[in-house]
Design a protein around this ligand. Structure first.
Ligand code: DON
Length: 313
């Protein structure tokens, strides 16, 4: 009888071998100077199934900058804080625009399309900040991520955060614009400070796949049995990841991979196979929409070989 664990190991290793050989790796993000130095040849993959069995390959234990993947965790925290009132400040529709677009925000009177584009995530960070000090809010976000990943060693890469703070003119523009409409309540520099720092959390594929398990299993972490969010909320976060998690590349990601996913400009993608597995992949080279080029191709291969696409085998 075939051992599914063995199969998953084989699949994950095959994919990593294929990806290591490929020369079309995309371009490493350079608008955050500190990210430009990352090795474009790195590749990591980690898959954790329902029973907690882990299949890994490549640079699966190397920490990388999770960037926009952190927006999944801040969205979860903000929903926990204010529930559906969050949706008064941010929409739930795909943007069809780049992640840092300004024009759409003007047309829509300062209300961001969804919580995953930069403007939306900055508004979500403002909700988490509320009346607190930035340090306190950041501590809360980091502790939540450490709790999900069951790993207190996870840290923020302060050099990456400082690098983005120095060059984040466009995010500053988005935040100021939202402030002018009252969508941002806190001081803009506090909100941006927390945002830049949560984007600079460094995690490995193994840690990230562990942290995503609550989304794969109806809001409950199967390792601890603890409920993180309700099944309904997990389903809805997955829906947003599917429709908005790859910005204007979300349709293509759904078409090719068929799993809820969230990308980051550090080259990581967290993908969720509901009821089956939590998956993290890392390849720093990006496509034109700012999503990991080989990360998407690797996930496409994984979904095909496992039959995990939510749209059918
Ligand atoms: O705000 C930024 O531009 C970055 N900290 C995060 C953007 C990002 O990761 C987009 N994802 N693909």
């Amino acid at each position: 009888m075939s051992d599914p664990r063995h199969d998953l190991d084989v699949i994950v290793n095959d994919i990593a071998d294929d990806m290591k050989r490929r020369t079309d790796r995309g371009a490493v993000a350079n608008y955050i100077p500190e990210l430009a130095d990352v090795d474009a040849n790195a590749f990591g993959l980690a898959v954790i199934d329902r029973d907690g069995k882990v299949a890994t390959a490549g640079d699966c234990d190397a920490p990388f900058s999770i960037q926009s993947i952190s927006k999944v965790f801040t969205l979860t925290l903000a929903l926990g804080r204010v529930g559906d009132r969050l949706w008064r400040r941010v929409g739930r529709e795909p943007s069809g625009n780049p992640f840092n677009s300004i024009v759409q925000l003007e047309r829509e009177r300062g209300v961001p399309r969804n919580p995953f584009i930069n403007a939306g995530a900055i508004a979500v960070t403002d909700v988490i900040l509320a009346d607190r000090q930035p340090r306190e809010s950041l501590g809360e976000i980091l502790r939540f991520v450490q709790f999900l990943a069951q790993d207190p060693s996870i840290v923020i890469d302060h050099a990456v955060a400082a690098s983005e703070k120095r060059t984040g003119f466009r995010n500053t523009a988005l935040a100021n614009y939202m402030k002018s409409f009252g969508v941002i309540e806190g001081p803009v520099d506090f909100v941006l400070g927390v945002y830049f720092h949560h984007c600079a959390i460094a995690m490995s594929c193994r840690q990230l796949a562990t942290a995503g398990r609550y989304l794969a299993h109806s809001g409950r972490d199967p390792a601890t049995g603890l409920s993180v969010v309700s099944p309904e909320r997990a389903r809805r976060i997955n829906a947003l990841m599917m429709t908005c998690g790859h910005y204007d590349g979300s349709g293509e990601f759904a078409y090719r991979v068929g799993l809820p996913g969230k990308s980051g400009v550090g080259g990581g993608i967290l993908a969720i196979a509901p009821g089956k597995a939590s998956i993290a992949v890392w390849s720093p080279g990006l496509d034109r929409a700012g999503n990991s080029h080989l990360g998407r191709i690797a996930l496409e291969g994984l979904a095909k070989r496992t039959g995990w696409s939510i749209f059918g085998d």
